[in-house]
Design a protein around this ligand. Structure first.
Ligand SMILES: [Zn+2]
Length: 299
């Protein structure tokens, strides 16, 4: 190689190295809540893509080519796990051919691996259609668990992008302080809900009820993922619930029927960021959940 060319090549390598030092992490979040949390914790050091929006049911997502392309270029995938994405994420991982984001690699993060799960089944009969085979995956509606996920996720960001470690530590510290203060505020606003009895549509409110000290006295779905039927709904009439909870994605007819039969108020709660107006970040999401629930529950 002639000296000038060698110099030029050296310059190009240097530019490439500098470029990669400053490159933002490319993050693929399976659900909007984890996209929002990742954005809080990564600030301007990452580009975050949400694979699904609030109007989609994360149990059932189509493995579209656009999602495969996004996963192919990702440095990190942040998902719920506990089989929530079992119908689509493994297929995306196979087709994306990106070894960084395969299960077991640092570039694949599952939120449910970071917390204690409720409703782990002793045995599971898939023939009955249960979509919660690994325990209940809907942990994002308990802010205490969200904080545990945040700490683990920040560590993962620091591991993948060590050059920005102090920045991620600072972002986590800021988030934790604001989040803990908010939890206190939400808990005192919801103190009157303690002991209240709730019927849920899908069992996606278990962690919320657990956090607030409320009781789940029934589900409109006879089993997670199985649509409500008349015989099952009729059984629920005797449950004397204080509130019936559903999310915007659920069929509104079963809860409306039960309300008509029993007079129990129905409340629609956002199950993730963006599911209703004024829920566009994690703080607003819980503000809205607590506001709606407090206004609706029978006192
Ligand atoms: Zn579910």
């Amino acid at each position: 190689m002639r000296p000038q060319i060698r110099q030029l090549a050296g310059l190009l390598v240097a530019c490439f190295l500098i470029g990669s030092v400053h490159a933002k992490l490319n993050i693929f979040a399976c659900e909007p809540e984890w996209a929002a949390l990742t954005q809080e914790l990564a600030g301007g050091h990452a580009t975050v893509f949400a694979a699904t929006h609030a109007g989609q049911d994360p149990h059932y997502v189509q493995a579209r080519p656009s999602l495969i392309a996004r996963l192919r270029s990702a440095d990190l995938a942040v998902c719920t796990g506990a089989e929530l994405e079992t119908g689509w994420m493994p297929m995306l991982q196979r087709r994306a051919r990106n070894p960084k984001v395969l299960a077991g690699k640092p570039g694949y993060f599952e939120a449910t691996q970071q917390v204690t799960l409720l409703e782990k089944p002793a045995e599971l009969d898939r023939a009955e259609g249960d979509v919660h085979g690994d325990g209940n995956p809907h942990i994002q509606v308990d802010p205490r668990r969200v904080l545990e996920v945040a700490m683990a996720l920040s560590s993962r960001l620091q591991q993948l992008d060590p050059g920005n470690k102090p920045n991620y530590e600072q972002l986590l510290q800021d988030f934790t302080a604001r989040w803990k203060a908010s939890i206190e505020r939400w808990q005192s606003a919801a103190a009157g809900l303690r002991g209240k009895r709730a019927v849920v549509h899908h069992r996606e409110w278990i962690y919320l009820l657990d956090w607030l000290g409320m009781q789940r006295v029934g589900s409109l779905e006879p089993k997670p993922g199985i649509p409500p039927n008349m015989a099952h709904l009729a059984d629920l009439k005797t449950q004397q619930a204080d509130v019936i909870i559903l999310s915007p994605a659920n069929d509104k007819k079963p809860s409306a029927w039960l309300q008509e039969q029993t007079g129990t108020p129905v409340v629609m709660l956002p199950h993730t960021v963006g599911a209703v107006p004024n829920s566009d970040n994690l703080f607003d999401l819980f503000d809205e959940i607590i506001r709606r629930l407090s206004e609706s529950a029978r006192t």
